[in-house]
Ligand binder design. Structure first.
Ligand SMILES: O=C(O)c1ccc(O)c(O)c1
Ligand SMILES: [Mg+2]
Length: 629
């Protein structure tokens, strides 16, 4: 389907907005009136600029407070409209959005509104302009799409139809299924916006917190399905009023926006394909069907191939010491780069002294710089990532090395697609040297990488979540908030069925010591068969786990039936506990290794799928206490 975006969704001047929309690959834009009025470009030049960029102007918006007025006001409104129709001719756009009168003083009954909209449509038709009437959620008399449609049908003019905006419908909990009763050709325009659920005045919610489909709480797939079932074949257009987007790089926002539409269209296409019996032709005859662009299947992953940590000097020393104490061994070295492979079971950690983005020496605190996803078809995963506008990272390879596709996540973390199975071709780039530096960690039973925790810049949290969801096909959990000593932290985990798990964290206010330029803490969690043994072996090797206060264990005694001996062993080893249904979770943390990186060891039993969120605030306070001790 044609993809459009409202200029109000992007920051910058009108020209910058157009350039960003075009660069992301949009087909068209809705021009928000204020953006045009504030632009030094005459309408003809806007049209030419858009055309040069390959963009159509699909809608001019909004025309406000037109209907439900007295006779004298109607004449003034029609005069105002005539001026806009002439302007639209110059812009080369044929659809005008008229939103329902927001005044509580809007007059009269439906018959008056219908008659006045009929006059407007009649005035528009000589210009070749169509009127798309939209019910604002806070409209004075008309605040419901069904009501807008009744008025439009009563007005009965070929140049008059409705504009459906998902926000105005879903924000009020209205049932979108009646959209199917509107003939597709009378749906003149479709605006899509998601939003997080908030108990808030509708207008404020709409003007500040809309987000792209998949980033909020609305079911945009179901909503859009109704619109397509009605026979709508026009553009899918994003109209997103959002405070963060207004202040962000418009190129980044436009890419995020396009990614959201690609995922939405793909989901609808998959549903349609699943409905159709094999061999049956696509069209069912009655109503036109929009063509839906599909993405290659999400990668079928089998978990983490590796996680890469870049560190230098004493930071690298502490990482090595803790890995050794956890039973990892430095098993081989990269053939041409300063990268060590440390492994234990299926847990593989690359310790690098270069920055993957810059290719030269890493300077700064130890940090997670890359994750390797082990997938069945790396080429197809890379192709999907490319269609989702994931920035491709230059290959860091010599001709003799394996081919590794990598893309950059919004926070700069490199995501590698590595072949799974027996060959694990990427391992060929490492020397086959016998195990060196076997550490005295003993059998700590670390078996694999369980998850990675990445702190995100405030403005990129939703973008990162959509990125991992779309590029890696991960499913997001509900987000939750943790009261850390230095401010609230929001956390959202995403996981695949195959073993990839990424927990994203963000400082809710985007400021404070956790969100400073260096970013908040990152961690790598290792799965263990016996987390008690792992903690004891680590201690025996000279690394103390993160100290957890006695108060925590007193509280555990009060609220669980863990045996006293078990609790005592937990206290000695800084082990924390969580339970969900029949599932149990035991885990411990290392101290902060180099300002912002730590490790965790976890043991899941009974089908536990969480991340110990109940203990997150305890962990944050303990790491904080360590800094001030
Ligand atoms: O907030 C508004 O005024 C406004 C304007 C135009 C729209 O299409 C809309 O959904 C909201
Ligand atoms: Mg709208």
């Amino acid at each position: 389907m044609r993809r459009s975006i409202a200029t109000v969704s992007l920051s910058g001047t009108l020209e910058e907005k157009l350039r960003a929309a075009a660069a992301a690959g949009f087909d068209g834009v809705e021009i928000f009136e204020n953006d045009l009025v504030a632009s030094p470009l005459p309408p003809r030049d806007v049209r030419a600029t858009a055309a040069d960029l390959g963009l159509g102007i699909d809608l001019y918006q909004p025309f406000r407070d037109f209907e439900g007025v007295g006779d004298a006001q109607l004449e003034r409104n029609l005069r105002r409209a005539e001026a806009k129709f002439a302007l639209m001719l110059e812009l080369g756009t044929d659809t005008m959005l008229v939103c329902s009168n927001a005044s509580q003083a809007a007059l009269g009954d439906d018959a008056r509104a219908a008659e006045q909209l009929h006059r407007l449509a009649e005035a528009a038709s000589p210009y070749g302009v169509r009127i798309a009437y939209e019910a604002l959620a806070w409209g004075g008399r008309v605040d419901d799409y069904r009501h807008a449609w009744r008025i439009v049908s009563e007005a009965d003019h070929p140049s008059l139809g409705v504009c459906l905006d998902s926000f105005h419908i879903l924000s009020k909990g209205d049932d979108p299924s009646a959209i199917r009763a509107i003939p597709g050709e009378k749906i003149f325009f479709l605006q899509l916006a998601d939003a997080p659920y908030m108990a808030m005045d509708l207008l404020q919610w709409s003007r500040h917190y809309r987000c792209f489909p998949g980033q909020g709480g609305f079911d945009l797939t179901a909503f859009t399905r109704h619109v397509l079932e009605a026979g709508y074949t026009g553009p899918l257009s994003l109209e997103v009023f959002n405070d963060v987007f207004r202040a962000s790089d418009p190129h980044r926002t436009a890419a995020d926006a396009l990614r959201s539409l690609s995922v939405l269209e793909d989901a609808l296409g998959r549903e349609r394909a699943a409905e159709r019996a094999p061999g049956e032709p696509g069209a069912d005859g009655a109503r036109p069907r929009a063509s839906l662009t599909r993405l290659p299947d999400p990668p079928a992953d089998t978990g983490f191939a590796f996680v890469e940590v870049a560190a230098e000097g004493s930071g690298a020393e502490s990482v090595r010491a803790v890995l050794g104490a956890l039973g990892f061994a430095h098993t081989s070295d990269h053939r041409s780069k300063p990268v060590q492979l440390w492994s234990r079971g299926d847990a593989r950690l690359l310790l690098s002294s270069t920055d993957p983005r810059l290719g030269h020496t890493w300077s700064g605190d130890a940090a997670v710089t890359a994750v390797g996803a082990e997938v069945a078809d790396p080429d197809r995963a890379a192709q999907r990532a490319d269609l989702l506008l994931a920035p491709t990272l230059p290959r860091r390879r010599d001709p003799a090395e394996s081919r590794l596709n990598a893309v950059a996540a919004p926070d700069g973390t490199a995501v590698f697609f590595c072949a799974d199975g027996r060959d694990r071709e990427w391992l060929d780039d490492f020397s086959a040297a016998a195990v060196r530096d076997p550490h005295p960690g003993g059998d700590t039973a670390v078996t694999a990488i369980d998850h990675v925790g990445l702190f995100q810049p405030f403005d990129q949290f939703d973008e990162a979540s959509l990125f991992y969801r779309s590029v890696l096909g991960l499913e997001p959990d509900a987000s939750l908030e943790v009261a850390a000593p230095d401010g609230l932290v929001r956390s959202r985990a995403l996981s695949s069925g195959g073993g990839l798990r990424i927990a994203l964290n963000v400082s809710v206010l985007g400021r404070g010591s956790r969100a400073d330029a260096a970013g908040g803490a990152q961690h790598i969690a290792f799965a263990c068969d016996d987390v008690f043994a792992a903690a004891e072996a680590m201690r025996a090797a000279g690394v103390a786990p993160l100290t957890i206060p006695d108060n925590y264990y007193e509280d555990l005694a009060a609220r669980t039936d863990l045996a006293p001996a078990v609790r005592e062993r937990m206290r000695e080893n800084g082990i924390l506990y969580d339970r969900a249904g029949t599932g149990e979770f035991f885990h411990f943390y290392t101290p902060m290794l180099d300002n912002r990186l730590f490790f965790e060891a976890v043991q899941r039993t009974g089908g536990y799928t969480g991340y110990g969120a109940a203990n997150a605030a305890i962990r944050m306070a303990a790491h904080r206490a360590e800094r001030t001790r």
